[in-house]
Design a protein around this ligand. Structure first.
Ligand SMILES: Cc1cc2nc3c(=O)[nH]c(=O)nc-3n(C[C@H](O)[C@H](O)[C@H](O)COP(=O)(O)O)c2cc1C
Length: 445
């Protein structure tokens, strides 16, 4: 574990055809990726071969948006349910971590605890749960709700949801299931801990009907960054996914979260902060820019405005595309992302078209278009100057963009001693340098 401080963690954020909004139209894209399991198997194996810490599969429990002129021109409407996909990928891989999103707004804690504990067992200790409260675009109406719950209420539910899941994962001590055939004892009853949770949102007796999993508990991931999001993350998250535009923003978020984690009685090292990065890499700067421009040229304006509307939580289709981004009321959806985009538009005095062109690939995450050395420089700077413990790599087009990163940027990072040559452990916790949590009955009082 001593090398952790010098080496960064890398996640491969797998978004079907790629992160660029027009990726599916690119000649190198796998256009049917959203429904193509073989595509995901190839990506997971490629990332594992390159020794990434994890792959990450995001989720929304509904089609993202309902404005057909834009929706029908994007490849975001057909996707696999993450836990189903990751369970299948667990059988096709051996070492790489498997992180998937599950919403606390549209699930019950018992189901989520059970699924991730099962994934952890199936994969031999490689599961991670990205806890989200969901932004609501088209999701609530699939769950017998007319309106998306208020941001504040969603986070209150998420806090309790997390505690119930975490408690259920401690239902059994590590060595409970003795399966003593001779004496007929399947498990030792005094090592069973029934949760008996009763709170404002949930009443859950327990125990979980899955044994304690290889990692003790699957790795907790969180991606919210509003005040409520940060406070939940500082208390509970072990990995934080986040979007930043500048090193300064990244540093201030990093320092804030580590301080909050300490205030919550945790070691700052128990929380790994991994901003997203959208790399467009080629051997020369001119080639990289040309590559990026090819993707940008594929964006239909209706799609660009649709994307910006989704990210800001406001319908922008009625505004002139070459006019300024209007003042918007605070969203009930992704508050931190709306703020980031409005700040960007104001700071650089951008029109709606210019703003969507800026976010069509990275959606507010750091976009780097350049050579292997210049991209490695950026990552190194953020890593060494207190902005990140690692990065979530958001490839513009899949599979080609991930291949480019692996072939061009990874050798440069390895040359600088910043990334591993091989796995040293087998579980996601070991890759990330996170401690395996002891069962609560073994923790010091
Ligand atoms: C890398 C990354 C991945 C995310 N994945 C998901 C996801 O799969 N599903 C989802 O509903 N929200 C996802 N989000 C959104 C966050 O969960 C959160 O809603 C958003 O960052 C706004 O948080 P806030 O409301 O606390 O500001 C993701 C965010 C980031 C930065």
């Amino acid at each position: 574990m001593t090398s952790r401080k010098q080496q960064l963690s890398l996640g491969a954020f797998l978004m079907a055809t790629g992160h660029h909004i027009a990726a599916w139209r690119h000649p190198d894209a796998q256009a049917d990726a959203g429904s193509n399991f073989r595509h995901y198997v190839a990506l997971a194996k490629m990332a594992e071969q390159a020794k990434f810490d994890a792959i990450f599969v995001a989720d929304s429990v509904g089609v993202r948006g309902s404005y057909l002129p834009s929706l029908s021109r994007t490849a975001r409407s057909d996707q696999f349910e993450p836990l189903t996909l990751l369970s299948a990928l667990a059988a096709a891989t051996e070492k790489i971590g498997l992180i998937g999103t599950a919403s606390t707004t549209f699930n019950e804690p018992y189901n989520v605890a059970r699924k991730f504990a099962s994934l952890d067992l199936i994969s031999g200790g490689r599961a991670g749960w990205n806890l989200v409260t969901s932004s609501g675009n088209g999701e609530s109406e699939n769950f017998s709700l007319n309106q998306h719950a208020l941001h504040e209420h969603r986070y209150q539910r998420a806090e309790e949801f997390h505690d119930v899941v975490s408690g259920l994962w401690d239902s059994w001590e590590d060595d409970t299931f003795v399966r003593d055939q001779e004496n007929g004892i399947y498990f030792e009853p005094d090592k069973l801990h029934v949760l008996h949770h009763k709170g404002p949102h949930f009443s859950v007796r327990g125990p979980l009907n899955v044994s304690r999993s290889p990692q003790g508990k699957p790795v907790m991931v969180q991606a919210g960054a509003s005040e409520a999001g940060k406070s939940l993350a500082a208390r509970t998250a072990e990995v934080i996914f986040i979007a930043h535009q500048t090193l300064q923003e990244a540093q201030s978020f990093y320092a804030d979260i580590k301080t909050r984690a300490q205030a919550a009685g945790r070691s700052p090292d128990a929380v790994k902060i991994m901003p997203g990065i959208f790399p467009v890499v080629a051997k020369t700067q001119a080639e990289a820019e040309e590559k990026f421009q090819k993707l940008q040229d594929l964006i239909h304006p209706v799609v660009g405005v649709g994307l910006l509307s989704q990210l800001t939580g406001a319908d922008l289709s009625g505004y002139p595309v070459d006019g300024p981004v209007p003042e918007l009321p605070e969203t009930n959806g992704m508050k931190s992302r709306q703020r980031l985009l409005l700040d960007l538009a104001r700071r650089d005095n951008l029109t709606i078209r210019q703003t969507y062109l800026r976010v069509a690939g990275a959606r507010g995450h750091l976009q780097v278009v350049g050579t292997p050395a210049s991209i490695a420089d950026q990552l190194q700077q953020w890593f060494e100057q207190g902005g990140a413990d690692g990065f979530n790599i958001m490839s513009p087009v899949l599979p080609g963009g991930l291949q480019d990163f692996i072939e061009l940027v990874l050798p440069e990072l390895r040359r600088r001693g910043l990334f591993r040559h091989d796995y040293q452990g087998s579980t996601l916790r070991e890759h990330l340098g996170l401690v395996r949590p002891p069962h609560f009955s073994r923790r010091a009082a």
